[in-house]
Design a protein around this ligand. Structure first.
Ligand code: DP6
Length: 323
Protein backbone atom coordinates (compact mmCIF):
# COMPACT_ATOMS: atom_id res chain seq x y z
CA UNK A 1 0.00 0.00 0.00
CA UNK A 2 1.34 3.43 -0.96
CA UNK A 3 1.34 6.17 1.68
CA UNK A 4 1.67 9.74 0.48
CA UNK A 5 2.51 12.79 2.59
CA UNK A 6 3.19 16.46 1.97
CA UNK A 7 5.16 18.96 4.02
CA UNK A 8 6.11 22.61 3.55
CA UNK A 9 9.58 24.10 3.88
CA UNK A 10 10.09 26.67 6.62
CA UNK A 11 12.22 29.73 7.19
CA UNK A 12 13.65 30.31 10.66
CA UNK A 13 13.63 33.73 12.35
CA UNK A 14 15.57 32.35 15.28
CA UNK A 15 18.04 29.96 13.71
CA UNK A 16 19.02 26.47 14.78
CA UNK A 17 22.80 26.27 14.42
CA UNK A 18 24.58 23.50 16.32
CA UNK A 19 23.83 20.18 17.96
CA UNK A 20 24.50 19.12 21.52
CA UNK A 21 23.85 15.51 20.48
CA UNK A 22 24.52 14.64 16.84
CA UNK A 23 22.97 11.15 16.93
CA UNK A 24 19.67 12.30 18.43
CA UNK A 25 19.80 15.67 16.62
CA UNK A 26 19.36 17.68 19.79
CA UNK A 27 20.00 21.39 19.31
CA UNK A 28 21.97 23.74 21.52
CA UNK A 29 19.11 26.26 21.28
CA UNK A 30 15.41 26.43 20.48
CA UNK A 31 14.38 27.91 17.12
CA UNK A 32 11.33 29.53 15.55
CA UNK A 33 10.04 29.55 11.96
CA UNK A 34 7.10 29.93 9.64
CA UNK A 35 6.13 27.39 6.96
CA UNK A 36 6.17 28.50 3.30
CA UNK A 37 3.18 27.63 1.12
CA UNK A 38 4.97 27.67 -2.24
CA UNK A 39 7.84 25.40 -1.21
CA UNK A 40 6.72 21.87 -0.51
CA UNK A 41 7.70 18.23 -0.87
CA UNK A 42 5.36 15.37 -1.68
CA UNK A 43 6.63 11.93 -0.82
CA UNK A 44 5.18 8.51 -1.63
CA UNK A 45 6.38 5.46 0.22
CA UNK A 46 5.80 1.75 -0.36
CA UNK A 47 7.15 -0.97 1.90
CA UNK A 48 9.11 -3.58 -0.05
CA UNK A 49 9.02 -7.32 0.54
CA UNK A 50 11.22 -8.67 3.32
CA UNK A 51 13.68 -10.03 0.76
CA UNK A 52 14.63 -6.50 -0.38
CA UNK A 53 17.90 -5.48 1.24
CA UNK A 54 18.05 -1.78 0.39
CA UNK A 55 15.83 1.25 0.24
CA UNK A 56 15.08 2.78 -3.16
CA UNK A 57 14.94 6.55 -3.47
CA UNK A 58 13.93 8.81 -6.34
CA UNK A 59 14.13 12.61 -5.96
CA UNK A 60 12.54 14.89 -8.54
CA UNK A 61 12.28 12.11 -11.07
CA UNK A 62 15.87 10.85 -10.89
CA UNK A 63 17.49 8.08 -8.85
CA UNK A 64 19.08 9.60 -5.74
CA UNK A 65 22.85 9.64 -5.26
CA UNK A 66 24.39 7.01 -3.02
CA UNK A 67 25.01 9.70 -0.41
CA UNK A 68 21.34 10.80 -0.38
CA UNK A 69 20.16 7.19 -0.23
CA UNK A 70 22.53 6.39 2.65
CA UNK A 71 21.35 9.41 4.66
CA UNK A 72 17.72 8.45 4.08
CA UNK A 73 18.31 4.82 5.08
CA UNK A 74 20.22 5.90 8.18
CA UNK A 75 17.30 8.14 9.12
CA UNK A 76 14.73 5.37 8.62
CA UNK A 77 16.89 2.97 10.69
CA UNK A 78 17.23 5.53 13.50
CA UNK A 79 13.53 6.37 13.54
CA UNK A 80 11.93 2.99 12.78
CA UNK A 81 14.57 0.39 13.68
CA UNK A 82 17.16 -1.61 11.75
CA UNK A 83 14.89 -4.60 11.22
CA UNK A 84 12.20 -2.61 9.40
CA UNK A 85 11.12 -3.60 5.89
CA UNK A 86 13.03 -1.61 3.26
CA UNK A 87 11.08 1.08 1.42
CA UNK A 88 10.63 2.50 -2.06
CA UNK A 89 10.46 6.28 -1.75
CA UNK A 90 9.54 8.78 -4.42
CA UNK A 91 9.99 12.40 -3.45
CA UNK A 92 9.00 15.45 -5.49
CA UNK A 93 9.98 19.00 -4.56
CA UNK A 94 8.26 22.12 -5.82
CA UNK A 95 11.66 23.91 -5.85
CA UNK A 96 15.38 23.26 -6.49
CA UNK A 97 16.86 20.91 -3.88
CA UNK A 98 19.99 21.46 -1.79
CA UNK A 99 20.35 25.07 -2.93
CA UNK A 100 19.85 26.37 0.57
CA UNK A 101 16.07 26.47 0.32
CA UNK A 102 15.57 24.06 3.23
CA UNK A 103 14.56 21.13 1.03
CA UNK A 104 15.84 18.83 3.77
CA UNK A 105 13.19 20.27 6.11
CA UNK A 106 10.17 19.58 3.90
CA UNK A 107 11.79 16.39 2.57
CA UNK A 108 12.42 14.73 5.91
CA UNK A 109 9.11 15.96 7.36
CA UNK A 110 7.12 14.43 4.48
CA UNK A 111 9.20 11.24 4.66
CA UNK A 112 8.84 10.93 8.45
CA UNK A 113 5.09 11.33 8.22
CA UNK A 114 4.64 8.83 5.37
CA UNK A 115 6.98 6.31 6.98
CA UNK A 116 5.37 6.58 10.42
CA UNK A 117 2.05 5.75 8.77
CA UNK A 118 3.48 2.88 6.70
CA UNK A 119 5.32 1.33 9.67
CA UNK A 120 2.22 1.64 11.86
CA UNK A 121 3.73 3.95 14.49
CA UNK A 122 1.01 4.86 17.02
CA UNK A 123 -0.40 8.38 16.74
CA UNK A 124 0.81 9.05 20.29
CA UNK A 125 4.41 9.14 19.03
CA UNK A 126 5.27 12.74 18.19
CA UNK A 127 6.02 13.06 14.46
CA UNK A 128 8.26 16.12 14.93
CA UNK A 129 10.61 14.03 17.09
CA UNK A 130 10.81 11.44 14.29
CA UNK A 131 11.41 14.07 11.58
CA UNK A 132 14.10 15.68 13.74
CA UNK A 133 16.21 12.53 13.42
CA UNK A 134 16.42 13.16 9.67
CA UNK A 135 17.14 16.89 9.78
CA UNK A 136 16.71 19.27 12.70
CA UNK A 137 14.78 21.92 10.81
CA UNK A 138 12.37 19.21 9.56
CA UNK A 139 10.92 19.02 13.08
CA UNK A 140 9.36 22.47 12.55
CA UNK A 141 7.79 21.46 9.22
CA UNK A 142 5.64 18.85 11.00
CA UNK A 143 3.42 21.31 12.95
CA UNK A 144 3.88 23.98 10.25
CA UNK A 145 2.40 27.46 10.66
CA UNK A 146 4.37 29.54 13.15
CA UNK A 147 6.43 26.83 14.77
CA UNK A 148 8.84 26.57 17.65
CA UNK A 149 11.27 23.68 18.08
CA UNK A 150 12.10 23.44 21.75
CA UNK A 151 15.61 22.73 22.85
CA UNK A 152 14.42 20.34 25.53
CA UNK A 153 16.33 19.42 28.65
CA UNK A 154 16.25 15.61 28.60
CA UNK A 155 19.30 13.66 27.44
CA UNK A 156 17.13 11.28 25.40
CA UNK A 157 15.52 14.16 23.50
CA UNK A 158 12.04 13.19 24.64
CA UNK A 159 11.15 16.86 25.17
CA UNK A 160 12.88 18.32 22.10
CA UNK A 161 9.70 18.68 20.01
CA UNK A 162 8.27 21.23 17.60
CA UNK A 163 4.86 22.79 18.22
CA UNK A 164 2.70 25.25 16.33
CA UNK A 165 2.54 28.45 18.37
CA UNK A 166 0.10 30.11 15.94
CA UNK A 167 -1.76 28.89 12.81
CA UNK A 168 -0.88 30.23 9.34
CA UNK A 169 -4.00 32.45 9.39
CA UNK A 170 -2.74 34.21 12.54
CA UNK A 171 -0.75 36.82 10.63
CA UNK A 172 -0.96 37.86 6.98
CA UNK A 173 2.72 38.30 6.18
CA UNK A 174 4.62 37.40 3.03
CA UNK A 175 7.98 35.71 2.73
CA UNK A 176 9.71 36.67 -0.48
CA UNK A 177 12.48 34.34 -1.49
CA UNK A 178 15.15 35.97 -3.66
CA UNK A 179 17.03 33.20 -5.48
CA UNK A 180 20.52 34.47 -6.13
CA UNK A 181 22.12 31.48 -7.79
CA UNK A 182 20.88 28.12 -8.99
CA UNK A 183 22.71 24.89 -8.33
CA UNK A 184 23.85 22.99 -5.31
CA UNK A 185 25.72 24.57 -2.43
CA UNK A 186 29.27 23.63 -1.54
CA UNK A 187 28.92 22.80 2.13
CA UNK A 188 25.92 21.33 3.93
CA UNK A 189 24.37 23.10 6.90
CA UNK A 190 25.07 19.91 8.86
CA UNK A 191 28.84 20.13 8.31
CA UNK A 192 29.00 23.91 8.61
CA UNK A 193 27.19 23.98 11.95
CA UNK A 194 29.33 21.15 13.36
CA UNK A 195 32.42 23.07 12.36
CA UNK A 196 31.01 26.26 13.93
CA UNK A 197 30.39 24.51 17.26
CA UNK A 198 33.87 23.05 17.28
CA UNK A 199 35.93 25.97 16.05
CA UNK A 200 34.17 29.36 16.16
CA UNK A 201 35.35 31.40 19.15
CA UNK A 202 31.89 33.00 19.22
CA UNK A 203 29.87 29.84 19.83
CA UNK A 204 29.48 30.47 23.57
CA UNK A 205 28.01 33.88 22.82
CA UNK A 206 25.49 32.24 20.49
CA UNK A 207 24.47 29.70 23.10
CA UNK A 208 24.05 32.33 25.78
CA UNK A 209 22.15 34.87 23.68
CA UNK A 210 19.77 32.60 21.74
CA UNK A 211 17.20 31.97 24.51
CA UNK A 212 16.44 35.68 24.66
CA UNK A 213 16.05 35.85 20.88
CA UNK A 214 13.61 32.95 21.06
CA UNK A 215 11.48 34.53 23.77
CA UNK A 216 11.43 37.85 21.95
CA UNK A 217 10.50 36.24 18.63
CA UNK A 218 7.71 34.17 20.20
CA UNK A 219 6.21 37.29 21.82
CA UNK A 220 6.58 39.26 18.57
CA UNK A 221 4.74 36.58 16.59
CA UNK A 222 1.93 36.35 19.12
CA UNK A 223 1.61 40.18 19.17
CA UNK A 224 1.97 40.42 15.34
CA UNK A 225 4.80 42.90 15.85
CA UNK A 226 6.63 42.93 12.50
CA UNK A 227 9.39 45.27 13.60
CA UNK A 228 10.20 43.28 16.74
CA UNK A 229 10.24 39.97 14.85
CA UNK A 230 12.20 41.44 11.94
CA UNK A 231 14.90 42.94 14.11
CA UNK A 232 15.40 39.69 16.02
CA UNK A 233 15.38 37.69 12.78
CA UNK A 234 18.13 39.81 11.21
CA UNK A 235 20.15 39.65 14.41
CA UNK A 236 19.84 35.86 14.75
CA UNK A 237 20.70 35.41 11.06
CA UNK A 238 23.80 37.62 11.16
CA UNK A 239 24.97 35.91 14.36
CA UNK A 240 24.59 32.51 12.69
CA UNK A 241 26.63 33.69 9.69
CA UNK A 242 29.22 35.17 12.04
CA UNK A 243 29.66 31.66 13.48
CA UNK A 244 29.97 30.09 10.04
CA UNK A 245 32.32 32.82 8.82
CA UNK A 246 34.59 32.37 11.84
CA UNK A 247 34.73 28.57 11.74
CA UNK A 248 38.02 27.03 10.65
CA UNK A 249 37.99 26.56 7.77
CA UNK A 250 35.24 29.15 7.26
CA UNK A 251 31.87 28.46 5.66
CA UNK A 252 30.88 31.60 3.79
CA UNK A 253 27.34 31.48 2.39
CA UNK A 254 26.81 35.08 1.29
CA UNK A 255 27.40 35.78 -2.39
CA UNK A 256 27.66 39.32 -3.77
CA UNK A 257 23.98 39.14 -4.77
CA UNK A 258 23.01 38.09 -1.23
CA UNK A 259 24.55 41.26 0.18
CA UNK A 260 23.07 43.36 -2.65
CA UNK A 261 19.62 41.99 -1.75
CA UNK A 262 20.26 42.69 1.94
CA UNK A 263 21.14 46.31 1.01
CA UNK A 264 17.96 46.55 -1.06
CA UNK A 265 15.93 45.54 2.00
CA UNK A 266 17.70 48.16 4.11
CA UNK A 267 16.99 50.73 1.38
CA UNK A 268 13.28 49.91 1.34
CA UNK A 269 13.19 50.20 5.11
CA UNK A 270 14.91 53.58 5.00
CA UNK A 271 12.13 54.71 2.67
CA UNK A 272 9.47 53.60 5.15
CA UNK A 273 8.56 50.03 4.14
CA UNK A 274 8.77 47.63 7.12
CA UNK A 275 10.65 44.71 5.60
CA UNK A 276 13.37 42.49 7.09
CA UNK A 277 15.83 39.95 5.74
CA UNK A 278 17.12 36.52 6.66
CA UNK A 279 19.50 34.08 4.96
CA UNK A 280 19.92 30.35 5.69
CA UNK A 281 22.96 28.22 4.92
CA UNK A 282 22.94 29.20 1.26
CA UNK A 283 23.11 32.27 -0.98
CA UNK A 284 19.38 33.08 -1.12
CA UNK A 285 17.66 35.81 0.88
CA UNK A 286 14.16 35.70 2.34
CA UNK A 287 12.35 38.97 3.02
CA UNK A 288 9.61 39.27 5.64
CA UNK A 289 6.94 41.95 5.13
CA UNK A 290 3.22 42.66 5.38
CA UNK A 291 1.06 41.22 2.57
CA UNK A 292 0.23 44.78 1.44
CA UNK A 293 3.93 45.54 0.81
CA UNK A 294 4.82 42.29 -0.94
CA UNK A 295 4.56 43.63 -4.48
CA UNK A 296 6.89 46.55 -3.82
CA UNK A 297 9.42 44.31 -2.05
CA UNK A 298 9.30 41.73 -4.82
CA UNK A 299 9.82 44.41 -7.49
CA UNK A 300 12.84 45.80 -5.65
CA UNK A 301 14.41 42.37 -5.11
CA UNK A 302 13.81 41.37 -8.76
CA UNK A 303 15.68 44.50 -9.86
CA UNK A 304 18.69 43.69 -7.67
CA UNK A 305 21.78 42.59 -9.64
CA UNK A 306 22.37 38.85 -9.24
CA UNK A 307 18.84 38.00 -8.14
CA UNK A 308 17.65 35.49 -10.70
CA UNK A 309 14.11 34.88 -9.51
CA UNK A 310 11.72 35.70 -6.67
CA UNK A 311 9.09 33.47 -5.08
CA UNK A 312 6.39 35.05 -2.93
CA UNK A 313 5.12 32.75 -0.16
CA UNK A 314 2.41 33.03 2.48
CA UNK A 315 2.42 31.09 5.76
CA UNK A 316 1.49 27.42 5.29
CA UNK A 317 0.12 24.74 7.58
CA UNK A 318 1.11 21.39 9.00
CA UNK A 319 2.52 18.39 7.19
CA UNK A 320 -0.24 15.99 6.17
CA UNK A 321 -0.80 12.43 5.09
CA UNK A 322 -2.59 12.70 1.75
CA UNK A 323 -5.41 10.39 0.77
C1 DP6 B 1 20.43 27.64 8.65
O1 DP6 B 1 18.17 21.27 9.61
O2 DP6 B 1 19.59 21.37 7.55
O3 DP6 B 1 18.46 26.48 8.01
O4 DP6 B 1 19.89 18.95 11.38
O5 DP6 B 1 22.11 18.82 10.32
O6 DP6 B 1 20.07 18.37 8.96
P1 DP6 B 1 20.67 19.14 10.12
O7 DP6 B 1 20.62 20.68 9.74
P2 DP6 B 1 19.49 21.53 9.03
O8 DP6 B 1 19.97 23.01 9.41
C2 DP6 B 1 19.19 24.14 9.24
C3 DP6 B 1 20.00 25.35 9.48
C4 DP6 B 1 19.33 26.67 9.09
C5 DP6 B 1 18.63 27.30 10.28
C6 DP6 B 1 17.26 26.78 10.63
O9 DP6 B 1 16.51 26.31 9.76
O10 DP6 B 1 16.91 26.89 11.81
Amino acid sequence: MTVKARAFANIAFVKYWGKRDARLVLPHNGSLSVALDFLSTETSLDLLSRSADRDELTIDGVAATERERARTSAFLDAAFGNDRARACIVSQNSFPTAAGLASSASGFAALALAAAEAYGVPASVDRSALARLGSGSAARSIPGGWAEWRRGEQDDGGDSLAVQIAPPSHWDVRLIVALTMMGRKEISSRDAMARSVETSPYYDGWRQSSPRDLEGARSAVLARDLRALGEIAEHSCLKMHALANTARPPAIFFEPATLAAWRAIQGLRAQGTPVYATVDAGPHLVALCAAADAERVERQLSATPGVVRTICCAPAGAAEVLA
